[in-house]
Design a protein around this ligand. Structure first.
Ligand SMILES: Cc1cc2nc3c(=O)[nH]c(=O)nc-3n(C[C@H](O)[C@H](O)[C@H](O)COP(=O)(O)O)c2cc1C
Length: 383
């Protein structure tokens, strides 16, 4: 069973994850992981924090000579900004007279966390609820994505919408797709749409406001048969939805054309079956999953992100000490993190897909898994 836990505060010393159940024998490409970390930090609309951090991953256990060895893997990302926050974020005795944060931001965990954990400083809440945590999730997910790549699965993610600007059709088979995404400042494969997205972000910024959007994750060459309908918590669509919904600020998850399908007729929704060197669907509106099981068409999932809750101009709030009306606190923040979300979303999907592969094919080593997948593909030809 593949699982992980992570820890770390936004301005703390480091972010840490321990992954258990990762197959042995994966030769790690550090550049692959670090590139995703860099992409998460870039993207049009990000704030000043990203200029301070230059995230790279370090392995503390479970890896020798760049190869996974089957034992728990500990990954660490150090927060460079910690140096500027030493006195505020130390675990040691308090030596600072820095003022506590007392005006909670609407749309954040600030007020609920302050009440739930009986804190006197909202910083105790915002440090862990911050999406800085997504850096370590990208590290974990990138390791999984790399293992999936070795098992034949290719993944890509991009920005589908920012505010009211939305991208229509995407050719997943275009060989230049990834290149087009990565050269776009907003990770949108279509340049013209990308420019319109940038204009939306600029407009929000001018108004001291923030803006959300939609990202799409695609996984190609996923075998038929991951997940199951036999138990509610074994459905692959449910697992992907949970994982995506766990990302900060994601408020909706769509599998395939899920939302649009709700207003269409059945004949316009369901993907008709044909046999051409194996079973295929004429269309893929289901996003590669039917009955909670992958059907071998590309898996397509979307995550809908609300606008960032930290606004320069602030929002109405209440000072928790005085109970008087105030404006919410502003701390260095992004205007739009939808491009960054596209990287995070791909990572959490990669973790769930590798987990589903391990559930189905078992194996203590990656080569054992690859062998079983080859055998399974032979079996598929007989059906
Ligand atoms: C990659 C990424 C970056 C984010 N950056 C910021 C930020 O700079 N400032 C901020 O207030 N919220 C930011 N957010 C959003 C908050 O983390 C999120 O709104 C908050 O956790 C509350 O969301 P929830 O209600 O879904 O938990 C970011 C989210 C993501 C995914």
């Amino acid at each position: 069973m593949l699982r992980f836990l992570d820890a770390g505060e936004s301005h703390g010393k480091e972010l840490v994850a321990i992954i258990d159940g990762f197959p042995a024998g994966l030769k790690i490409d550090l550049d692959f992981i670090n590139k995703n970390l860099l992409l998460r930090q870039s993207g049009y609309g990000r704030g000043g924090r990203q200029k301070i951090e230059k995230d790279t991953v370090e392995f503390v256990s479970g890896v020798r000579f760049l190869e996974t060895i089957g034992s728990p893997i500990t990954m660490v990302i150090r927060n460079k900004d910690f140096q500027n926050w030493l006195s505020v974020m130390t675990y040691d005795a308090k030596l600072t007279d820095e003022k506590a944060v007392t005006s909670p931001r609407p749309g954040h965990a600030d007020l609920n966390g302050y009440i739930k954990y009986d804190r006197s400083d909202i910083r105790d809440v915002l440090e862990r609820s911050s999406a800085r945590e997504t850096a370590i999730r990208v590290a974990v997910g990138s390791l999984c994505e790399y293992a999936l790549l070795k098992l034949g699965v290719q993944m890509v993610s991009f920005v589908k919408a920012v505010g009211k600007v939305s991208l229509n059709d995407v050719d997943y088979d275009n060989p230049a797709l990834i290149e087009n995404i990565e050269k776009s400042p907003v990770f949108c494969p279509d340049e013209k749409t990308g420019d319109l997205m940038i204009a939306q972000i600029e407009q929000a910024k001018k108004q001291q406001d923030t803006i959300g959007g939609v990202v799409e994750v695609v996984a190609k060459n996923v075998v038929c048969g991951l997940g199951s309908y036999v138990q509610w918590n074994r459905r692959l669509d449910a697992k992907l939805a949970y994982a995506l919904m766990s990302i900060q600020a994601v408020k909706g998850v769509e599998i395939g054309e899920g939302f649009r399908n709700a207003s269409r007729l059945g004949s316009q929704v369901h993907d008709e079956i044909v046999y051409e060197d194996g079973y295929r669907r004429k269309t893929n509106r289901a996003g590669g999953i039917e009955g909670g099981i992958s059907n071998s068409e590309p898996i397509i999932v979307r995550a809908y992100m609300k606008p960032i809750p930290t606004l320069i101009k602030g929002l109405d709030s209440v000072d928790v000490k005085t109970k008087k009306a105030t404006k919410s606190a502003f701390e260095r923040s992004d205007v739009c993190a939808v491009p960054a979300l596209s990287v995070v979303a791909k990572s959490v999907v990669a973790f769930e897909l590798l987990k589903a592969y391990i559930d189905k094919f078992g194996g203590d080593t990656l080569s054992e898994m690859a062998l079983r997948i080859r055998e399974y593909k032979e079996y598929l030809k007989t059906k």
